[in-house]
Every structure is written in C-alpha cells, then in structure tokens.
Write a protein that binds this ligand. Sequence first.
Ligand code: MG
Ligand code: ZN
Length: 358
Amino acid sequence: MKTRRIITILLIASALFATSCGSNNEKQTPQKAKNVIVMIGDGMGPAQVYSLLLTSHEKTAFERFPYSGFSITKSASNEITDSAAGGTAIANGNKTTNKMVGMTPDSIAQPSMLEILAEQGKKTGVVVTCSVTHATPADFIAHNINRNNNEEIALEIANKEKLDVLFGGGKKYFTERKDSLDLLGKMWENGWNVYDSLEQIEDNNARTMVVACRKHMIKAPERGNFLPKATAKALEMLDNENGFFLMVEGSQIDFACHDNDSATMVEEMIDFNKAINVVLDFAEKDGNTLVVVTADHETGGLTIVDPEGKYTRTDFKWTTGSHSAVFVPVFSYGPGAEKFSGIMDNTDIIKKIMESVK
Ligand code: MG
Ligand code: ZN
C-alpha cells in the first residue's frame, strides 16, 4: 500500500516536471548576437547590386543572405540624402540635415551604435577605403555640424576613449593641420599604435589605426585587396569573449557612381563583395554574429537597359551625377536577421540591431 502511494507521488511529480520542462522549452528566449557587423555600400542601390550579379561568374555574397528588405533613405532636410545624413540615420537612428555628422538637426550629438556598444564593453572598429574622417566613418565615431570639417573630426578621433581599430586613409588630417598639432604623436601617447599599412601591425591587442594614404585610397582594382584584407585583420583583432561591433564601408562605390564610371563601379562592387564574403565566412563559423549590409543612398540613378529597347542586350544607363531617392537594399544574416525584412526606415536599423544584440 505504502509502496503504491510512493509510486503514485513519483508519477505525479515526474508528470509535473515533464510539463514544466515542456513549457520552459516553449518560452526559450531567442538567441541574441554577441557580435554586430554593419556593412555600408556607399551609393549602392538595387542596380549596383544587380550589376554585380550580371557580371559575376560566381554566386555573389549578396545571394548568401537569408533575409533582405528595403530602406527608406530620405533625410530630415531633403528627399535625397547625402552620405552624412544617410549614415547618421543608420548609425544613431536620427534623421538629420544633409552634411551633418552624428547629430540631430538642432546640433545635439547623439551616440552611435558603435559608441553605445563600446560603453557596453564591446570592442569596436571601423574599416573604410576613404579618409577615416569622411562622412560615413565619421557618422559612427564623431559628431560635427559639417562633414567637411575633416581636421575637427580627426581631432575628435584622436581624443576618442573607446575605439579599438580604425583602418582607411586620411593621414593628412592628422599631420598637415592648420593648428600644427601632431595628432599621430598624440595618439601614440594615448595608447594607439599608428601605421601606414596593415602589414606593420604587430600587436593584435593594441588600439590600432592604419592610415594608408594622405586622403582617400586609390580606386579599385588598383587599390588591391585592401578592403577584404583590412576586414579580415579587423575581425582577427576585435574577436573576444565580450563581443565586438565593426562597421565596414565600400566607400568608393559612390565615387565611381558620381563619375558615371560603369567599369569602376563594377570593380568597387567586386571589392565590396569580397569583404562581405570575408564577413559571412566569419559569421557562419562563429554562429553568434549579426551581419547587416545596406547603403546610405543610391548614387548615379543607375539603371540597366537595352539601349534599342529590344530586350536583347544590357547596358548601364546613368541618369544623374548626384544621388537619387530610390530604395536601397538591406541584407541580413545571423541572430535577429529576420527583423530586417520588408520596408523599413533607415532609422529603424539601429533599433532592430539593439533588439538583437546581447
Ligand atoms: Mg561614404
Ligand atoms: Zn555621394
């Protein structure tokens, strides 16, 4: 009798245990990302991506993403954004006036996702092929009323307390200044290692800036594989148990598009595609990394047509030497990637990222 009662109690207990286990499984919190990588193709609209698909013999990096959407790029001041306002919206979630960097239209500095995640203890980095003081990188690491204030932006970078890796061009804004300050010397004093090339890096754990040329780097393909190599080096240096934030820019897609230079635009897309493959290879292996690839705006009003209207061949057709107001694509991979489908405002990107990161 006593034995039967004990068995009954055990059966009830195990049933309760099973039920509670079941409900726990259902409520399992979704996995969050440890690392975040944002990649911006400056001026990269749908036709620039399609140009790569048309000319590539291999599957492109863009086709590796499980989710994609569209971003609305207009700024606070204009239907057609510039890179400063477009990048600011992505970096800190605020629409601002064209030319403004990391600020709202009333000149209030707003923390970028890089700065917020740095405060949370993540390592941070920026990799570009333009001057490191140019609008897009500046949107993530500086705050200024005018993107053209390169020397002020360089000073802000030199004084920055939390930034671990910065690779690009723009040495002259640190060394050939109106105020004669030697900012590179100051950065060495502040614990940075500063070099002219990636190959000179010796200590992966030190804060490191590589300024590979006086202003912007040269165009692709003459530039070589700087962007994919710099991206791989940044990943190697930033990867740590607390996670990291990295912004990588295909900076010169925009330059080629302003020039309506189809051949260089494709070369810049090939270069950016290589950098995305480096990032996706890392993210696939890591399993804990959210990757978001987007653009600040489209440049050149590029379309792809048969000039004779016969559907028999394709040719690039440019409709402006400036920016346009079309949708730009958003591609995403990793924990939280499903949030980036459909139509979103460029200011929503930071919100979706912050919801996805741990
Ligand atoms: Mg840019
Ligand atoms: Zn532009």
